[in-house]
Design a protein around this ligand. Structure first.
Ligand code: NAP
Length: 293
């Protein structure tokens, strides 16, 4: 069992830190707002005043914050991980951020004697609570083996995809498939409705065939119910598609499907729907054809 520091006490970070404690690890937590540490501390985790203080106690330092600049800040900023991290320790970034920035962060850490893995997740808050997350890892095989028991306390499908950045590339691939499938499901269910055919029956009919998917099942249900409680917030999906589009731009890569859904997520941000589940792409598709409910 390891001493683990955990930075970022949001929807995902809190239950993940609690699961690490339940598995028998000694967990030192830090959240930007002290009150965000209440539940993990009640569960047995130890509160720390800064990422540096938490990192100083641990050989593995997990980060679960929002976006690329946030990861850079908690690692290299004032009171950041690097100010406390022991030589030979490992920073494990489980946030969804830019693959390009990830490689630069890994190099900068390595120059200071600290290893890094990028290990973004899929499975949502339910997966975080139930310790059934899919974890997509980038980094050195030996470092992956060292951290594996920590991953196993938080997830089920744990894959070393490649070197640093490869985990974030896999997560971006995941978000492309999810986004474009949400768009396809929205268009199909709207097509059924405009034809006067019950979209719920169409969803039932499609579920057993090649068009069946978790997105048709879960997001399709939200669309049928016109109920978009998250789930995965539009603002986070927009952040992830921004990572996809920026990387595509850097590489000179054409991704027209992803670009289209990005515009629909932008439209939802503009109509004040940032906090809705991203299945609300249906609302944009409906508006374009005068089919609002
Ligand atoms: P969240 O609830 O918004 O939590 C983010 C946490 O990071 C908050 O506690 C926030 O602190 C902290 N934070 C953000 N910027 C910071 C900074 N600069 N310095 C210190 N702390 C900072 O988000 P989440 O849903 O847990 O998501 C975390 C990451 O997991 C994101 O990259 C997201 O894309 C990814 N993810 C989420 C899901 C999901 O279903 N929610 C699924 C897969 C992956 P405050 O509390 O003070 O704001």
């Amino acid at each position: 069992m390891a001493n683990v520091a955990f930075i970022g006490m949001g929807i995902m970070g809190k239950p993940m830190a609690i699961n690490l404690h339940k598995a028998g690890h000694k967990v030192f937590v830090n959240g930007r707002r002290p009150e965000s540490m209440t539940d993990p501390v009640a569960a047995g985790c130890i509160a720390c005043k800064s990422p540096a203080e938490a990192a100083a106690q641990a050989e593995i330092v997990v980060v679960m914050v929002s976006d690329t600049p946030d990861v850079e800040q908690v690692i290299f900023g004032e009171g950041g991980i690097i100010q406390g991290a022991k030589a030979g320790s490992v920073v494990v970034d489980m946030s969804t951020i830019s693959p390009t920035a990830t490689k630069a962060i890994a190099e900068k850490l390595r120059a200071q004697g600290v290893e890094m893995l990028d290990a973004p997740v899929s499975g949502g808050d339910i997966g975080a609570i139930n310790a059934t997350l899919s974890i997509m890892v980038g980094g050195k095989p030996a470092v992956f083996e060292r951290v594996k028991p920590v991953f196993e306390a938080m997830g089920k499908n744990i894959v070393l995809v490649g070197d640093n950045g490869a985990g974030q590339v896999a997560k971006a691939c995941n978000q492309i498939v999810v986004a474009v499938t949400i768009e396809a499901v929205a268009e199909a269910l709207l097509f059924a409705r405009k034809n006067g055919v019950d979209p719920a029956k169409v969803r039932d009919a499609l579920m057993g065939g090649f068009a069946g998917s978790r997105i048709l099942e879960v997001h399709g249900k939200r669309m049928l119910d016109n109920e978009y409680k998250p789930g995965f917030k539009t603002k986070l999906h927009q952040k992830d598609m921004n990572i996809v589009m920026q990387t595509a731009r850097e590489l000179g890569l054409s991704l027209p499907g992803a670009a289209l859904v990005m515009q629909h997520l932008n439209a939802l941000m503009g109509t004040g729907d940032a906090e809705l589940d991203s299945a609300a792409v249906m609302k944009v598709v409906e508006r374009a054809s005068g089919m609002e409910r």
